[in-house]
Design a protein around this ligand. Structure first.
Ligand code: SF4
Length: 754
């Protein structure tokens, strides 16, 4: 499972020279974020200063991590790149496909039966292409990455939005779509708009009931769910260095909830302690040698307003424990105000379930502090009023807390320990009675609390808090309980108060696991067979998309003129479709089913021009494809906003759509369309959108002259024979035109030309 110390040493070897050069070029002291970014430029040494929030820059990340749900399509695509091995260290983690219901052993066994073919596929592809594979039960991607791979000053991408968790170990770690991961795994550059920088200065010190989680709950309340968009959040100050490394991880983890590109902390003793405790003394030693490069320049932190685009200051000594929710992680309420708010808003006060753990909060420190409260249940003769569950973040954490008696403590208060997996954090919680959709309150230490996120019940009100606060609230069973001031009545009818939580940052006896659940890849994977059943409904090997035939596209039919908002969810829905993420044919049955047809204002109802009948969008697209008729999608503004999922571009490509013509694109989706060999075009005159009619046939007239900066001309032939000539802009550069010509970016990589 070994982390790649040679790779890390190389990063550290380059860092002083590149950072010094960047400081010179930029002409001022540098933040940590800038140091990491300038040390990971695709072109090597910095030669120019980049504009924050302006310039698109090519980077060379050190690592890639994928979780099981997103890895399927990413690896299916990677198999097409024609490489024998991944270009950078990569890992796959089986954590999202395990449903929580009974207990760890039962649930894990059931998941292995239900998703056996997916796990086998991921295991064999990993084995073949040099990818580290973490088996089901090994743990949740971000906890496992923190324990094994994250390192100060590193840069990684991962196919999950909470990849940002690794900022707790001083990384710039960013969540991306599968297509981006495939690029990096194939040895290509990864592009990012140079971010803006938000500084968070932490003064004072955490104590008593307040935990690192409360820092990010407070920040979320300040910045809201959109406040971090396009920015990297850099934490610093005495409060930051006094905090545990895993606590920093929690704060960075929930940076995803404020929309931040990522968050990070400078290298300090807490990180060194964590690295040494997780058997990585050599990384800590290497980091110690260049420590000043692994944090922001002193001048920056002395006068932060000058160097950050936005600055927030939080005094940890005054910070109160918070609960955020319901339904949004930025609705922050200090615990002292919770009762009042709950009554005012008619939130059910009775807590049904308290859930701790997940990738966000299952460190040794979290669990030991929560256990210190659980212990008081018998000591003070209390009765736990709510159900209580624990989701350990990894087998290493689970084995260690079991050895140290915490699991036993939790069992004594009637807790259920779920598998080391996402479970209730991602709606993979088969909660008894959830189907009745009763209004109820739960509290958890996870990160997201959107409607239906935990148990699928839209009427479950979920509040996010620290593991210690969640434990106290589960004991009390009352959302209005403030453990700092309120007393509980014990079984003897006496008033008792819970003592403040206490715990250990790291296990005194070290971390331990008999089998952490890692499968190392074969040294030479050339003989490893990847087996995908032809009859599988969940997995399907991809066939390369056809190359362009060099001719104008003619006789294309309008598939849909989408009206208004059309996000990647409208184009490729999630929910029940998640199970088909590895099967392009099957998941294509959700293509554009959420988009509104501009001609009848209905979803999933478009005219099939061949039959004159209305049918579902995928059905009509398939009919055109079967008849050898190309099709075109027309859309409104910001088409494809939302997630970076590549399915939203692969599905139209697979179902025969040749071009997507819109008023404007969300940038990532536009790039995804280009990568899949589609034409992503924008109206030169937005008002031309209104000229598109339901029975239109479309002819390109100058595609044979496709060139950077040169608009394309499309002829829209209406049912009555009249025509509109429409000019379409595009942003394809030479290389991207090469993708179109080859049929996809991957085809070009496979041909050795990218
Ligand atoms: Fe995502 Fe939750 Fe799993 Fe973490 S535990 S990776 S937040 S689903």
């Amino acid at each position: 499972m070994a982390f790649d110390i040679e790779m890390i040493k190389k990063v550290y070897h380059n860092m002083p020279g590149r950072v010094d050069a960047a400081r010179e070029i930029v002409g001022r002291p540098l933040t940590l974020t800038e140091k990491i970014l300038y040390n990971h430029l695709w072109d090597g040494n910095p030669t120019k200063a980049f504009g924050r929030g302006v310039d698109y820059v090519d980077f060379a990340p050190d690592r890639v991590a994928c979780q099981d749900a997103t890895a399927q399509m990413a690896l299916l695509q990677f198999m097409h790149a024609g490489k024998s091995k991944v270009a950078v260290p990569t890992t796959v983690h089986c954590d999202h496909l395990i449903q929580a219901k009974v207990d760890a052993a039962t649930d894990l066994a059931r998941a292995k039966t239900q998703s056996n073919e997916v796990f086998d596929f991921l295991s064999s592809v990993s084995n073949k292409y040099g990818i580290g594979f973490w088996k089901p039960g090994a743990g949740i991607i971000h906890q496992v990455v923190l324990e094994n791979y994250a390192f100060p000053g590193g840069m990684m991408i991962g196919t999950d939005s909470h990849t940002v968790n690794a900022g707790g170990l001083g990384m710039v770690a960013i969540g991306v779509g599968g297509a981006d991961a495939v690029d990096v795994m194939s040895g290509m550059a990864w592009e990012l708009k140079f971010p803006k920088l938000i500084g968070v200065k932490l003064t004072g010190k955490l104590s008593g009931w307040t935990a690192p989680k409360d820092v990010i709950l407070k920040v979320a309340g300040i910045l809201t769910v959109k406040g971090g968009t396009g920015a990297i959040v850099e934490y610093f100050g005495e409060g930051a260095t006094a905090m545990s490394c895993t606590g920093k991880g929690t704060i960075c983890n929930m940076g995803a909830e404020i929309g931040a590109t990522t968050s990070t902390f400078g290298y300090d003793d807490s990180m060194s302690r964590y690295l040494r405790s997780t058997n990585r003394a050599d990384v800590a030693d290497a980091a110690d040698k260049i420590a000043s490069y692994l944090t922001g320049d002193p001048e920056v932190y002395a006068d932060p307003e000058k160097y950050f685009d936005q600055l927030i200051e939080i005094n940890l000594s005054e910070l109160e424990p918070h609960l955020n929710g319901p339904f949004t992680p930025d609705l922050a309420t200090p615990i002292s105000k919770m009762k009042e708010e709950a009554i005012k808003n008619n939130w059910p006060l009775q807590i049904q379930v308290g859930l701790i753990g997940s990738c966000t909060n299952s460190s040794y420190e979290d669990i030991s502090r929560a256990a210190s409260l659980a212990k008081q249940v018998s000591e003070k003769n209390l009765k736990v009023k709510s159900e209580f569950t624990i989701t350990p973040g990894s087998e290493v954490v689970r084995s260690t807390i079991e050895r140290d008696g915490f699991i036993d403590t939790f069992h004594k208060i009637g807790a259920t320990v779920f598998a080391n997996a996402c479970g209730p954090c991602i709606g993979m919680w088969d909660r008894e009675g959830a189907e009745k959709e009763e209004r109820n309150t739960i509290v958890h230490s996870f990160n997201r609390n959107f409607s239906k996120r935990a148990d699928g019940n839209p009427n479950t009100l979920a509040f996010v808090g620290s593991p210690e606060l969640v434990t106290a609230l589960a004991i009390a069973g009352d959302l209005g309980f403030n453990p700092l001031t309120d007393k509980l009545i014990n079984e003897d009818g006496e008033e008792v108060m819970l003592d403040e939580p206490t715990g250990d940052e790291l296990p005194e006896k070290g971390f331990y696991a008999e089998d952490p659940g890692f499968q190392a890849p074969a040294e030479d994977g050339s003989g490893v067979q990847v087996v995908v059943s032809l009859t599988s409904e969940r997995l399907q090997l991809l066939a390369p998309f056809d190359a362009w035939d060099g001719k104008n596209i003619t006789g294309a039919k309008l598939l849909i003129k989408a009206f208004g908002k059309c996000t990647t969810d409208h184009i490729s829905m999630a929910g029940p479709w998640l199970r088909f993420r590895g099967h392009l044919d099957n998941i294509s049955n959700n293509m554009l089913i959420g988009a509104v047809n501009a001609f009848n204002q209905k979803t999933n109802s478009v005219k099939n021009q061949l039959t004159e009948q209305y049918d579902a969008v995928p059905a009509v697209a398939r009919a055109y494809k079967a008849a050898g008729v190309p099709s075109v999608v027309v859309g409104d503004h910001n088409y494809g906003e939302g997630s970076s999922r590549e399915h939203a571009a692969m599905e139209p490509r697979f179902l025969g759509v040749k071009a997507v013509l819109v008023k404007s694109f969300a940038r990532i989706h536009e790039t995804n369309l280009k990568k899949q060999g589609l034409l992503g075009l924008t109206f030169a005159n937005e008002s031309d959108y209104d000229k598109i009619q339901e029975n239109d046939t479309i002819n390109f007239t100058d595609l044979t002259e496709f060139a950077p900066g040169k608009p394309l001309t499309l002829e829209f032939v209406h049912a009555d024979g009249s025509k509109d000539i429409i000019l379409a802009n595009h942003t394809y550069n030479e290389g991207q035109i090469g993708w179109f010509v080859a049929g996809s970016a991957l085809n070009l990589i496979a041909a050795g030309k990218a």
